[in-house]
Design a protein around this ligand. Structure first.
Ligand SMILES: C[S@@+](CC[C@H](N)C(=O)[O-])C[C@H]1O[C@@H](n2cnc3c(N)ncnc32)[C@H](O)[C@@H]1O
Ligand code: SF4
Length: 446
């Protein structure tokens, strides 16, 4: 172990301060990533990993403090891996995410947005309505832990509360640990998934064996006391089924569009209903759908954008890779009286071709909301469409992304091959205190 002093110049996406060890002639030398240090700070560090061109280190003393440093709200922040940026003022977190987006667009995508949109905000604390919590029975501690992983570790962090979970879920953490510890299956429940709906919270227990009558009594008593709904999952996500109580049905609302969206706790849904409303409002505002428009919603999930879009356009075609989700989207369209304007199909969009796009016909507008892998095949197919049938190209595309690097890669194709302009781009502060960057980009036919 070696101790040194360094000036921190910037922050990487894991919220590590970046500085250089000066060469003997004073020029910047090897890069050092210092955990816990912020830009503008002068810190002592201790290296724990040394490579030829860089070192990873942890901060051991703070000699000059950044004005953007704040006291983390969560008492578990030092070791819980669920958050990485609580020591940084929230608006500075957003500024960093904005810069990450712009850097990715420029360095990976070789594109610049004509307009950088103001960041879109949601709640800063208690926002995480969806969470997958790990469960471990720790023999040495004689207890069951329920939480996120420790930083850079496979161990489950010993947390008693969580500031990014809604308060009623945070308050349930210790009772949940006690409940699981009291079951016959105390060491056969590896995970609990949390999904908060408008009027009920579901906890999905992944169980590896059968429940005893005593376990059932305890689960039901807990559900009654904490007003939650237990689901049980015996194998893959498809096996998740409501256990107790069977009502009410989990759902969220999009009041601006009069849409009520039932969902299952293992379905993909956006992390928080409030920020989802901001996201849908903004995406639809940018897409500017006209009453005569035919719209494509690619990676449509259970219809989160499709149904609001159907309240504005002539027809919306939702395409999604999961049959379970397209089935749910169909049911949701029906329940919201929007079946006549919507259709849904299941398709692997990572393999979509220009022939597929031609067969789907002309779309005036397109919304793309892919997983982290992005929408490379869609972008390439649009590039080929420009060559083969340019009259079929959507005039405007709104791309919602959870990965700035794949958005940048696809933006390169959409701009430099398919001939779109990148009119606007900006970040959505969907996951405060984490390094996760959600963003939105608008492409217009040049
Ligand atoms: C970021 S989510 C967006 C879902 C939806 N737009 C929403 O707002 O709830 C990405 C969606 O892409 C779907 N997906 C993942 N891989 C896919 C693929 N290869 N082809 C089509 N859809 C895929 C997932 O099932 C998921 O529903
Ligand atoms: S995920 Fe929750 S417990 Fe972990 S650091 Fe963040 S607020 Fe604290």
């Amino acid at each position: 172990m070696q101790e040194n002093i360094i000036d921190i110049k910037s922050l990487d996406m894991d919220a590590r301060g970046i500085g250089h060890i000066d060469n003997e002639d004073g020029s910047p030398g090897k890069v050092v990533f210092v955990e816990g240090a912020l830009p503008g700070e002068r810190v002592s560090f201790e290296t724990f990993k040394k490579k030829k061109n860089w070192e990873a280190a942890r901060m051991t003393a703070l000699h000059r403090e950044s004005s953007l440093r704040v006291k983390p709200k969560c008492v578990h922040f030092d070791y819980c891996g669920g958050c990485s940026m609580q020591h940084l003022e929230p608006s500075a977190q957003v500024a960093i995410k904005q810069r990450v987006l712009e850097d990715n667009l420029w360095h990976i995508g070789k594109v610049k947005a004509e307009t950088v949109m103001r960041p879109m905000y949601g709640p800063t604390w208690g926002y995480r309505y969806r969470a997958r919590l790990s469960v471990r029975h720790v023999v040495k501690k004689g207890t069951v832990l329920v939480g996120f992983h420790e930083k850079k570790s496979i161990y489950v962090a010993d947390i008693s509360s969580c500031q990014i979970l809604p308060p009623h879920v945070s308050d349930m953490l210790l009772p949940l640990r006690a409940l699981i510890g009291s079951l016959s299956l105390y060491n056969q429940i590896p995970q609990v998934e949390v999904a908060v709906g408008e009027d009920v919270t579901a906890l999905v227990l992944r169980i590896m064996g059968p429940l005893t009558a005593d376990d059932e009594t305890k689960l039901k008593a807990f559900a009654d006391q904490y007003q939650i709904q237990f689901w049980l999952q015996t194998k893959g996500p498809d096996t998740a089924a409501p256990y107790y109580p069977l009502e009410p049905q989990l759902h969220y609302l999009l009041p601006e569009f009069g849409v009520r969206m039932p969902f299952k706790p293992v379905d993909f849904t956006q992390v928080n209903h409030h920020i989802n409303r901001v996201l849908v409002h903004k995406a639809l505002g940018l897409l500017d759908v006209q009453p005569e428009d035919r719209v494509a919603d690619l990676f449509c999930g259970l219809g989160n954008f499709t149904l609001p879009l159907a309240t504005q356009g002539r027809e919306v075609v939702g395409i999604e890779g999961s049959t379970a989700l397209t089935e749910r989207a169909l049911d949701n369209a029906k329940a919201n009286g929007l079946s006549a304007k919507t259709s849904f199909s299941t398709r692997n969009l990572f393999e979509v071709t220009v022939e597929d796009l031609i067969a789907l016909g002309k779309f005036d507008r397109m919304l793309i909301d892919p997983p982290r892998d992005g929408a490379m095949a869609v972008s390439l197919a649009l590039g080929a469409l420009r060559e083969q049938q340019p009259e079929l190209m959507p005039k405007r595309i709104v791309y919602v992304s959870c990965s700035p690097s794949t958005l940048a890669r696809d933006a390169n194709v959409l701009v430099n091959v398919a001939g779109y302009r990148l009119s606007k781009a900006g970040v959505v502060n969907m996951f405060p205190h984490t390094s996760h960057v959600e963003s939105m980009a608008v492409f217009d036919l040049a």
